[in-house]
Design a protein around this ligand. Structure first.
Ligand code: NAP
Length: 305
């Protein structure tokens, strides 16, 4: 006998949440979405999702996903969700938050007998559209097994790393690497350019080399043509660098490169570069090197399509 498919609730349709919920709905899941700014969720109707008036409506859903900004925001939305009696069996939390926040959330959910999977992600909105998002998950293995078909609708890979909040530290490490690599890529790109190599030629070589990666390839159009439309804000990256440095203190691990990269991100924010992508680290580096960059207007691929 066919079993009824679980109903899904989705909290948060920002840059990431919107594209993730879109993939779920397009994949045939029964999705009810809620976003604080409702208009941002409305276009999801064209994929078959329904939009809730009030967050409390999601308490009737079997599985609820959450993708907001910080732990403070997660706590706010989850406490609104759980105000009444929640029928939800599983909450899957995908925002990048601290180990401590995640552990507090686990306690809150345990007291309501709701299972909880920590499932932060790697990739930006364009990566999601290309079907290349990856999840790192921790919590009860049973929760991972239940979540897996839906994670598979949204991304190419889900790694299960164990019980509790382990996924959180993996994601924090990942984003510390993102900050350090982006600053390093900015430094060497400006160095090569100042010595006379056009950015597109330099990055063409780097991308094909053993040091090239999915990330260096998809940041190449921004670095070459200076299109800094936001994929990830400098403020959210600073949050993650701070989470990494906090974890370094807690576990007594020196993080000299992460500390330097964190302060360079801070100085970019301090100068008012907050409305563009975090890849404006390149512009800050060029300024510190006494050059002003111009778009090269060369067509370069992002490696995603
Ligand atoms: N962008 C990336 O490349 C990327 C990659 C991996 C992980 N992440 C992580 O994913 C999370 C979301 O990132 P994003 O880039 O999608 O951010 P975003 O575009 O700024 O979206 C944030 C979302 O959270 C909602 N929100 C924030 N505070 C809230 C509150 N107090 N109550 C209710 N809703 C609230 C926003 O609602 P409104 O629309 O009403 O503002 C919006 O839907 C963050 O934890 C980020 O670190 C981002």
């Amino acid at each position: 006998m066919p079993t009824k498919k679980p109903s899904i609730g989705w909290i948060g349709t920002g840059r990431m949440g919107y594209e993730m919920a879109a993939r779920l709905a397009k994949g045939g899941a029964d999705v009810l979405v809620w976003n604080r700014t409702r208009e941002k969720a409305e276009p999801l109707k064209k994929y078959g999702a329904r939009v809730a008036e009030d967050l409390s409506e999601l308490a009737t859903r079997d599985i609820v996903f959450c993708m907001v900004s910080t732990w403070k925001d997660v706590k706010q939305v989850v406490s609104k969700l759980l105000k009444g009696t929640a029928k939800t069996k599983l909450l899957i939390e995908c925002s990048s938050i601290s180990l401590e926040g995640s552990a507090e959330l686990r306690q809150i959910l345990q007291s309501k007998k709701i299972s909880y999977l920590a499932a932060p992600v790697s990739g930006n909105a364009k990566v999601i559209k290309a079907g290349k998002l990856s999840f790192v998950c921790s919590g009860p293995k049973k929760a991972f097994v239940l979540a897996r078909p839906y994670l598979d609708l949204m991304g190419k890979n889900s790694s299960y790393v164990g019980e509790g909040e382990l996924a959180r530290i993996v994601k924090i490490c990942h984003n510390v690497f993102l900050g350090v690599v982006t600053q390093s890529l900015a430094e060497i790109t400006v160095l090569a350019q100042k010595a006379g190599v056009p950015r597109h030629a330099f990055l063409d070589f780097m991308n094909q080399s053993v040091m090239g990666s999915t990330f260096t390839r998809y940041k190449t159009p921004a670095f070459v043509n200076l299109d800094f439309k936001v994929t990830f804000t400098p403020q959210l990256l600073r949050k993650d660098m701070d989470l990494g440095l906090d974890a370094g203190r807690r576990f007594e691990v020196p993080m000299p490169l992460a500390s330097a990269a964190r302060d360079l991100i801070q100085s970019m924010i301090g100068q008012g570069w907050t409305e563009q992508d975090f890849a404006t680290l390149l512009l800050q580096q060029a300024g510190a090197s006494g050059i002003k960059l111009k778009p090269e207007n060369v067509e370069v691929g992002d490696g995603l399509s």
